[in-house]
Design a protein around this ligand. Structure first.
Ligand code: ADP
Ligand code: MG
Length: 301
C-alpha cells in the first residue's frame, strides 16, 4: 500500500503546484524526465572553480531535431562580471540557463566554466556552482526553515538566519509568532510574490554559488516590489559572476555587458548607452518599452 501512495502523493504535489501557477507544467516534466538523460562522463572529476568565467562557444541546440533554437550562440561572462541576456520572448534565453545547468547537451559547440567543458565534470559539482533565482519560486508545504535550507542540506540555524538577513526577509520572519517554524505553501501562510522571491534569494545564498543565474527573477512582481527585489539582488550578486535574463530592459540597464539575442544568436552587444547609440534591436525594444510604460502611466491617471 505504501508503494501505491508515494507516486500518488508526488502526483498530487505536482498537480497542486501546477494549479497554483507556481511552476510551468512543461518545465516540470522536462526537469523530471530530462535530468536523467544526460549522464556524467565515466570517471568525471568535480568542477574546480578558480575564476568563475562562463563561456558559450558557438553553441547550437534545439529540443527537436528539425528546429534549432540556439544557432551558434557565443558570449562570455567574465569572472565576477554582471552580464545580461535580453531579447524577444522565444529567443532562447531560458534555454541558455537549461544548458548551463546541463539539463541538455548542445548539438554543437561548447560551454566552458573556468575553461573546463561542463560536459566533462560531474553534474553535481556543476549544479553546486550555480545558483538560480527563477521567475516563479516553488515553495514546499513545509516550514520557512525547510524552504530556505532547501538550498543546502545540513545548514545550521545561524546560517539560515544569515541568508534570510542577506535576502532581507528576516524582519518579516521575525515578526511571525512561529518564526522560521511557520508553515508556508497552500496549507500554511501564503506569501506574496516578493516574499517568495526573497525566500528564493535566501535559498540561493545559502548555497553560496559563485555563478548566479537570474531568469526573469522580478518579472512577475509589481514595479515597486520589483525595485525592492532588484536592490537586494544587486547587493547579493556583488562579486559573483551574474547572468541576468530579462525581457524588461529597465531591470538590466546597469549590467556591465548586455547581449541582445534574436533567433538563437547574439546580434548586438554593449552597455546600455552604447546599445542605445547603436540604434538597433535593443534601442527599438527600449523605446517600445518606454512608450508602453508611459501608456500604462496615462491609463492609471
Ligand atoms: P525565452 O526564454 O527567450 O522566451 P525559451 O528558451 O524558453 O525562450 O524558448 C525558446 C524556444 O524553445 C521557444 O520557441 C520555445 O517554444 C521552445 N521550447 C522551450 N522548451 C521547449 C521544450 N521542452 N520542447 C520544445 N520546445 C521548447
Ligand atoms: Mg524565458
Amino acid at each position: 500500500l505504501m508503494q501505491l501512495f508515494r507516486p500518488l502523493d508526488m502526483l498530487g504535489w505536482v498537480y497542486r503546484t501546477i494549479r497554483q501557477g507556481l511552476v510551468d507544467m512543461a518545465d516540470m516534466f522536462k526537469l523530471l524526465d530530462r535530468a536523467v538523460e544526460v549522464e556524467d562522463a565515466p570517471g568525471a572529476p568535480a568542477l574546480v572553480l578558480r575564476e568563475p568565467t562562463v563561456v558559450f562557444d558557438n553553441v547550437t541546440f534545439g529540443y527537436d531535431k528539425e528546429r534549432p533554437i540556439l544557432k551558434g550562440l557565443s558570449f562570455e561572462a567574465k569572472a565576477g562580471a554582471h552580464i545580461a541576456l535580453v531579447g524577444p520572448s522565444g529567443a532562447g534565453k531560458s534555454t541558455v540557463g537549461r544548458l548551463l545547468f546541463r539539463f541538455y547537451d548542445p548539438w554543437e559547440g561548447r560551454i566552458l566554466i573556468d575553461g573546463t567543458d561542463i560536459a566533462e565534470v560531474t553534474q553535481e559539482s556543476l549544479r553546486a556552482a550555480i545558483g538560480i533565482v527563477p521567475q516563479d519560486t516553488v515553495l514546499f508545504n513545509d516550514t520557512l526553515r525547510y524552504n530556505i535550507a532547501y538550498g543546502r542540506e545540513g545548514a545550521s540555524d545561524e546560517e539560515i538566519a544569515q541568508a534570510a538577513r542577506d535576502a532581507a526577509i528576516a524582519p518579516f520572519i521575525d515578526k511571525l509568532a512561529l518564526g522560521y517554524d511557520t508553515q508556508v505553501g497552500e496549507r500554511g501562510l501564503k506569501l506574496s510574490g516578493g516574499e517568495k522571491q526573497r525566500v528564493a534569494i535566501a535559498r540561493t545564498l545559502l548555497k553560496g554559488p559563485r555563478i548566479l543565474l537570474l531568469d526573469e527573477a522580478t518579472s512577475a512582481l509589481d514595479s515597486r516590489t520589483e525595485q525592492d527585489i532588484l536592490e537586494t539582488l544587486r547587493r547579493v550578486s556583488a562579486g559573483r559572476t551574474t547572468i541576468a535574463i530579462a525581457h524588461r530592459l529597465s531591470t538590466i540597464a546597469d549590467a556591465d555587458l548586455i547581449h541582445v539575442m534574436d533567433d538563437g544568436r547574439v546580434v548586438e552587444q554593449g552597455d546600455h548607452a552604447g546599445l542605445l547609440r547603436l540604434g538597433g534591436l535593443y534601442a527599438e525594444m527600449w523605446n517600445r518599452q518606454l512608450s508602453e510604460a508611459a501608456e500604462l502611466q496615462d491609463a492609471a491617471e
